[in-house]
Every structure is written in C-alpha cells, then in structure tokens.
Design a binder for this molecule. Structure first.
Ligand code: NAP
Length: 531
C-alpha cells in the first residue's frame, strides 16, 4: 500500500497541500497514488531530528551500525515482487534489470556492513609521546576518521535502487555514522517510499535514535535547495544532470559555512579505436560497442557517447558496421517524459545538420515513450568548430569523429573535459605507437579501460567511479564501492587525550582489535605507554 507521505524520522507526515502523481513510463500514463510534497516545516523537523540523532548515532560501534545495515538489506529483500514491479512501472526498466539492481543494492549494503564491522577503515593512527625529546617533548597524537553530521542525498532517476534511497550514497553515509535525509526522485516516489519504509523499520528495530533517517517528497526544486542551504546539513551527495549537480554545488558554496557536495554528473565516456584493432572480427567488435551504446536505452552515466578513430578504409568500414548494427536495434522505453524529450530535442538538432552523417532505423515504429537509437558521424574539423557536439546526449546515441592524423586525435583528447571513463581499443603495437594518446587520456578520466566497453561498473574495492570536473565535483572520491565512505568523514586528531576520553578505536588496549598504525607500523596490538 502506497500512502504518499513523507517519512520524518519515525513519523509519517503529510502536512502540505501540494500533491503530485508518479508516472508509468512504459504505459505512458500517470499512476493513481498521490504523493505529498514536503513543507518547510516538515523539512526543518527532519533536519532537527537528524542533528539530534547524530549525537547518539555517531557513537554507535561498527558492529551496531553493521547490524542496522544488514537489517535494511533484509527488509528490502522482504519487499519482494512489490518493489520489483513498482520500480519497473515507475522507470520503464524491465523487471529483470530491476532484479539485478536489487541484487547489486543488497550486495553493496552487505559490503559496507562487512567494512564497518571489521573497523580498520577509520584509519586509526597513533604516534606515542616522547617526553624526553629535545629541545621540546613530543606529545601523544592520535587520529581517526569521524562522521560529518546530517547528509542530504539526491537520488538518481536511472538507478531507482542502487543509486537511490538505499543506494551507495545513503548506505555509505549511514555506515560512516551520519544521519541521512533523502530527497526522493519525483519520477519514482513509490519505489522511494517502499525502500524508505524498509530503512525506517530497520532503524526502529535496531533501537536507533529517531531522525537517523528521513525521506522527503517534492514536486519542484525548492525542497532540495532548502536542504542544501540548511545550516545543520553537513554534506550533500547527488547523481544526475550537470545542470542539477552544478546548481546544488554552487548553492552550497554560497552558504555562510560552505559544505562538500559530491555530485556525479555523468560524461560522454570517450572511446578511442586504434588502427590495428580493426584488423579482424570487426563485425563482432562493432556489435559489442553498439550493445554498450544501447544498453538500458543508453541511460547510463558510463554510456560511450563519443568514438574517436583515424580515418582510413578500415575505420570507414567500422563506422559503416556500427551504423548497420544501430539500425538493427529496437526503440526502447525511456525513464520518463522529460528525459525522452531531452533526448529527442538533442538528437533532432544533430539530424538536421547536413554536415553530420547519421544512422538509425527510420522504419522503426517509435511509440510515445520510446527512443530510437542513433549513431552520428562527423570529421575532426566540423567537430572542432561545433563544441556543443561534445556534450552528453543521455540515451541510445553516440557520435563518431574521424581524425585525419595523429595530431588531430591528440588534439581531441587534449581538448576533452573530465570524464568518468575513457576506453582504448587496440593491439599491443597500437598501445606502443599511441602511448602518448593513452597517457593523455589518463589525465582526463577516473577509469581507463583497455579493450572493453565502459558500461557495466563492477562493484569492488578497487573500482573508481568518479572523475575530473565536470564528470564530478570532486575527482578525489568514488561514488561506487566501499571507498565511497570516505566522502562522509573528516580526520580528527586527539592530542594528549586521557585514555578514558578517547574513542574505542584509539584506546591503548585496542578493545575493537582493529588494525592501526602505531608509530608508523601497522599492528593489531595494544599500545604500551609509560606513565
Ligand atoms: P536531474 O534533473 O539532475 O535531477 C536529479 C535530482 O536533482 C532530482 O531529484 C531533482 O529534484 C534535483 N534537482 C535537479 N536540478 C535541481 C536544482 N537546480 N535545484 C534543486 N534540485 C535539483 O536528473 P534526472 O531527472 O535524473 O534526469 C535529467 C537528466 O540528467 C538526464 O536527461 C541526463 O542528462 C542526466 N542524468 C545523468 C545521470 C548520471 O548518471 N550522471 C543520471 C540520470 C540523469 P526535483 O526535480 O524534485 O527538483
């Protein structure tokens, strides 16, 4: 049963007069339930509760927080088919894809639970005092990572589970010891409500303070903007458009006390195809790239949107084969009417230009909610003269650029903005001949890929999902994998603190048994101090 209410700590709330409806992308019609947009009063109540909850929640041990996370995972699983059908209806994504995404979401939660239960992630570092040091005694200094305070999370339209209410951002922030306030995505409010309910129940059953988690609905930008400006919010995480992410980042920097905004804003994920790669199996290779372009109707932040190559008969044939493969693709449902319109407007702008050669199946019967895959092809000169061509077109689209020589290819890579990924396809000879191109691409991306497509982000400790601006607002951090927890903590040093006032992680007898760096050496041992 969907009730459409906001979740303010342990209370359901519907104080506002404004309601909105969710939308079924596949059926191209509104769903029946009404959702109540949060009021300022409800927002303030959620943030006040979060700030109060922080004092107790930050002191929970890794084991206690781990138990809470595991309960969230169990409660999400218990939602069963209700969650799968709701998420599929609200996004138009096939149930099979949502099932896979639920598995990923649960695995992420368990990975964070394992991390915090083990405990060493807080990077405890202890340098013992040396009172005898000359000319001045050396103090005892101990450092660890501590949580920031209430975090506001903006959920993503294209990952209703894995990057949404109980997605990587929320779970990383909670795992680190921060209360979370989710601003639900207006195109999947029912999915948000179900998952938010699962988190609320897990918090209650774990005996956590009221306010450790809240979820707010909204029909416009006002609630999101007020959250970012609220003085008690200490960090923001966002996945979505450049326009949205940058607007929220700028807002946060205007605060009296600017706060970090970790916005993942997507990219065009350039692909460089080197000459010897096209010596064999070209049809299969074209098929692999087109499958990546069209995966999930192209609605991935890692979608390969730009393909660079050196003009020669092999590359011309490769472009032709890419075009043929694109024509074999069926139109697919897009997440929502806004995203579809955005896609169609941007693609239509491209299709009307006579300098741009395009490939698509014009016979495809395109229904209202679906997008037809398109591949476009231009030369280096036209691409350079039209910088807007390097902007992301979110959907099943990619642009191929043919360069006449090494210098032009080098110039294109040099001119790229920051990207989540960059892929290079080549043989060993190519990699040696074009080593400088590879090295230049390295500077532009968060993940450098060899002979593989950028879609399909493996969730593992060594994955980096981030990149230089404008793909994200902070290239030092990932939004996928356990290291994403580092976004929501800060280092804190304790100087000459009495042992009884130190956090468990830094006490002499190491009650948690975690790995710590003591005087430069990693050890699980206790610390012996001379009194
Ligand atoms: P979006 O428009 O950026 O919205 C994402 C969230 O941010 C929504 O909850 C929206 O809330 C909020 N928001 C956006 N602009 C805001 C502003 N100026 N002030 C306050 N809040 C703001 O993304 P979307 O709706 O998911 O999709 C739109 C476009 O984003 C797509 O066409 C695509 O280009 C891009 N996109 C990129 C990625 C990626 O992986 N990087 C993922 C999805 C979409 P309200 O609408 O409630 O205000």
């Amino acid at each position: 049963m969907i009730h459409g209410k906001n979740i303010i700590g342990y209370q359901y709330s519907s104080k506002g007069n404004y309601t909105f409806k969710s939308f079924s992308a596949a059926e191209n019609q509104e769903l029946k339930e009404d959702f109540y947009s949060a009021t300022d009063e409800e927002l303030n109540s959620a943030v006040d509760k979060a700030a109060n909850a922080f004092f107790a929640y930050k002191l929970q041990s890794g084991k206690e927080k781990g138990k809470f996370l595991r309960l969230i995972a169990q409660n999400i699983e218990k939602l069963g088919d209700v969650l799968i059908s709701r998420a599929s209806a609200e996004t138009g994504l096939p149930q099979q894809r949502i099932l896979g995404e639920r598995g990923r979401t649960i695995n992420q939660i368990i990975a964070f639970a394992d991390l915090i239960e083990e405990g060493s992630w807080i990077e405890a570092s202890i340098v013992k005092a040396r009172p005898e040091r000359q000319p001045l005694p050396k103090p005892d200094i101990r450092k660890m990572l501590v949580p920031l305070g209430p975090v506001a999370i903006f959920t993503a339209s294209n990952f209703p589970l894995a990057f949404s209410t109980a997605g990587g951002d929320t779970i990383a922030a909670l795992a680190a010891g921060n209360p979370v306030i989710v601003k639900g995505h207006p195109y999947h409010p029912g999915t948000n409500e179900l998952v938010a309910g699962a988190i609320m129940k897990a918090a209650k059953d774990s005996g956590l303070p009221d306010g450790v988690f809240s979820s707010l609905n909204s029909h416009d930008h006002s609630i999101g903007q007020s959250l970012v400006l609220h003085p008690l919010i200490k960090a923001v995480a966002f996945t979505g458009s450049f326009k949205g992410g940058k607007a929220l980042y700028d807002l946060a920097q205007k605060r009296k006390d600017p706060i970090p905004v970790f916005a993942e804003m997507g990219s065009v994920n350039p692909v460089v195809v080197l000459p010897e790669y096209l010596q064999n199996d070209v049809k299969d290779k074209a098929g692999q790239l087109v499958a990546s372009i069209c995966l999930g109707s192209g609605q991935f932040c890692t979608n390969p949107g730009l393909i660079f190559g050196l003009k020669n008969p092999d590359f011309d044939r490769f472009v032709f084969l890419l075009g043929e493969k694109i024509k074999e693709q069926n139109p697919a449902v897009m997440l929502n009417p806004n995203i579809l319109k955005n896609y169609q407007d941007k693609v239509n702008n491209i299709l009307v230009k006579k300098e741009i050669n395009s490939f698509s199946n014009k016979e495809n019967e395109v229904k209202e909610s679906k997008a037809n895959p398109v591949l476009a092809h231009v030369d280096y000169k036209y691409f350079k003269e039209n910088p807007s061509l390097s902007e992301e077109i979110f959907g099943p689209f990619s642009l191929v650029v043919s360069c006449n020589d090494y210098g032009e290819l080098d110039d294109l890579i040099s001119g790229l903005e920051g990207q989540l990924t960059g892929s290079v396809f080549g043989e060993e000879n190519d990699f040696m001949t074009y080593e400088n191109i590879v090295n230049r691409l390295r500077e532009k991306v968060g993940r450098l890929i060899f002979n593989n497509v950028p879609t399909g982000v493996e969730v593992c400790p060594s994955m980096h999902h981030g990149g230089p601006f404008p793909s994200t607002t902070d290239s030092r951090f990932t939004s996928v994998g356990i290291d994403s927890i580092k976004r929501f903590v800060r280092p804190l040093s304790f100087q000459n603190a009495p042992d009884y006032l130190l956090p468990q992680e830094l006490k002499n007898d190491n009650p948690l048994g975690i790995l710590r760096k003591v005087d430069g050496t990693f050890t699980n041992e206790i610390v012996l101090v001379h009194s």
